[in-house]
Design a binder for this molecule. Structure first.
Ligand code: MG
Length: 165
């Protein structure tokens, strides 16, 4: 095994954290669909897919470095959000929490002179900058719209179409 047992445990915990984030985003997507917000539902579904890919990336890494993969329980998602504001605020909090966890893994890699994991986790450090930025944009967009959710939907539809081309 190329990494320490402690690092192995941290990375297994991160797999569970990524799947928990995925599960929470999927629950939010379902809440948004139930509110009739189809575009926001699609955007959150894409977040859900990204989080499962993050978990997959860590699984692949652990298999490469010979650390046993131990899948853990996924937390029960919150479903009773009052409105879209509550959903985006909770999402931003969750992304900041994931960022702290990724930073802790980076700090551990540095303290252990674990250059392989440091190199691997750098991708996640960069990814979290993007995730926090895009969620902050969404929080601000919802705030600016002042309850006009059709405007939020139109803007996000436009951005998602632009991103594809
Ligand atoms: Mg993630």
């Amino acid at each position: 095994m190329m990494i320490s047992e402690k690092m192995n445990a941290e990375l297994n915990a991160q797999i569970a954290a990524e799947f928990t984030a995925a599960h929470q985003y999927l629950a939010m997507a379902c809440s948004l669909d139930a509110m009739g917000l189809k575009v926001l539902c699609k955007w959150f579904t894409r977040q859900y897919q990204e989080e499962t890919q993050h978990a997959r990336k860590i699984i692949d890494y652990l298999q490469e470095v010979g650390g046993p993969v131990e899948l853990d329980a996924v937390d029960k998602p919150t479903r009773d959000f009052a409105d879209v504001d509550a959903i985006v605020a909770a999402s931003l909090e969750a992304e900041l929490d994931i960022t702290r966890k990724i930073n802790e893994i980076m700090a551990l890699a540095e303290s252990e002179n674990d250059y392989a994991t440091r190199s691997f986790i750098t991708w996640f450090v960069d990814e979290q900058v993007e995730e926090v930025a895009s969620m902050t944009d969404l929080v601000n967009l919802v705030k600016m719209a002042g309850g006009n959710l059709l405007q939020v939907e139109a803007r996000i539809r436009h951005e998602m179409t632009a991103a594809k081309s």
